[in-house]
Design a protein around this ligand. Structure first.
Ligand SMILES: *Cc1c(COP(=O)(O)O)cnc(C)c1O
Length: 432
């Protein structure tokens, strides 16, 4: 078993210096460990299911760079494809065959996508999709759910989950009221609330956007009938249904949540896995709607590095690896083993918990649950989660540093990694 008293002197030095150089010492807020306390560790390298920090400590990783590393970090085939692509140059700013290849793969995989536009991040994809929703319907309002995160664009920074929730900033200063005035929110899994919003705002709602399985308020699944109900309501009120599959795309099934649950949204946003660890986002959907995007149509959206050959290459290779028979069966098997093992260990050591998994996405709340929405999730004992997180870290397991984040496994995690993680968790939980 892994050491219980790790030395993190170098991490502390690097992070102390970083705090003078960058706001909070990080390039993205959740990384700073604010919600779990203590110092973040500073990474040196990643490989397979593991991370090594600058002090040389090894950890089993369940963050997977927040989702992209579904084949395991630095997969040899992804790395060698990238080496080859690198020789041809890092950016074209012009059409390339690689874009066609990845576009064909995305269109073949995701049931509702007939055309796709590549961008550089999930945030960008969600921002663009909202513009498109509004243009297509000629309506301004949008419904989102409490605790769902759709990137950091102004219009979405209302009750936006994880990073924002963790910092206690449900809205951010600097976001003008005018930017969020058209953003309506409802509790997740509450169809009645959605119906009421449609009735109160006749012919004004362009559509509904959601995480079809929530990861940014912790791991929350849609109740039976919820996604179907949204599909019916949006049809009934002439609005669009948009699945934000930046996290769930190619993770909970090859074709994402829409394949898993058999619901066809009108538009879909993607990111994370489709970039294989390089910066990529995408949005796509019905041909008639996507044809409104410039230069085919009048809705402007552009990007200097969009469709970048390195990012396309990493995405293509990652999807190829995922296509191998048995990938998703394996991910489901090990992740269920992990989620069940963690729940059992927590229950047997006297903690109120709930949680579960779908394919390679899992979560554990320190509350007896059930958790159907963000209000329920907030009943979790976050102080206890903080102690659990620190205990796991000190014993060599790297979990997302917030109660309100999902966990991720990869094809590189072995049953041995999983069993070791459960044993460590049992140890930590019995000491809480
Ligand atoms: C991560 C995430 C985003 C934002 O993607 P970035 O690449 O971080 O900008 C949007 N939506 C969901 C559901 C996400 O999980």
């Amino acid at each position: 078993m892994v050491n219980t008293t790790i030395k993190t002197t170098k991490s502390q030095e690097v992070f102390a210096a970083a705090q003078n150089l960058m706001p909070g010492g990080v390039s993205s807020p959740v990384r700073a460990f604010k919600s779990v306390g203590g110092q973040p560790i500073v990474f040196d390298r990643v490989k397979g299911a593991y991370i090594w920090d600058v002090d040389g400590n090894q950890y089993i990783d369940y963050v997977g760079t927040w989702g992209p590393a579904i084949c395991g970090h630095a997969h040899p085939e992804v790395i060698s494809a990238l080496h080859e692509a690198l020789e041809k140059g890092t950016s074209f700013g012009a059409p390339s065959v690689l874009e066609n290849v990845l576009a064909e793969m995305v269109i073949a995989a995701v049931p509702s996508i007939e055309m796709v536009r590549f961008v550089n991040s999930g945030t960008e994809a969600c921002m663009a999709v909202l513009r498109l929703m509004r243009a297509f319907t000629n309506r301004e309002k949008v419904i989102k759910f409490e605790g769902c995160y759709h990137g950091h664009a102004d219009m979405f920074l209302v009750k936006a989950g994880s990073g924002v929730a963790t910092l206690g900033l449900p809205d951010s200063p600097g976001v003008p009221k005018s930017a969020t005035i058209s953003t309506l929110t409802a509790p997740y899994n509450d169809l009645e609330a959605v119906k009421a919003l449609f009735e109160e705002n006749p012919d004004q709602i362009s559509g509904v956007i959601l995480e079809p399985v929530v990861g940014n308020a912790g791991f929350i699944t849609p109740d039976a009938g919820f996604l179907e109900g949204l599909r019916e309501l949006t049809h009934e009120y002439g609005a669009l249904l948009v699945f934000d599959e930046v996290m769930t795309g190619f993770r909970i099934a090859y074709g994402g949540a829409q394949e898993k649950f058999g619901i066809k949204p009108d538009l879909t946003t993607m990111g994370k896995v489709i970039g294989g660890g390089l910066p990529v986002g995408a949005y796509g959907g019905r041909r008639d709607i996507m044809s409104m995007i410039a230069p085919a149509g009048p809705v402007y959206q552009a990007g200097t590095l969009s469709g970048n050959p390195l990012a396309m290459t990493a995405g293509i290779k990652t999807l190829e690896l995922l296509q191998k028979p048995g990938s998703y069966e394996y991910l489901e098997r090990i992740t269920k083993r992990l989620a069940d093992g963690l729940l059992k260990a927590a229950q047997e050591t006297g903690h109120a918990v709930c949680g579960g998994n779908i394919s390679a996405m899992f979560g554990l709340f320190f509350t007896s649950g059930p958790v159907h929405n963000y209000e329920d999730a907030k009943k979790s004992d976050t102080a206890k989660f903080g102690r659990f997180h620190r205990g796991m870290l000190e014993r060599g397991v790297y979990l997302a540093p917030s109660q309100f984040e999902a966990g991720f496994t990869s094809l590189a995690h072995t049953e041995e990694d999983i069993d070791q993680t459960i044993a460590i968790a049992r140890d930590v939980l019995s000491s809480l």
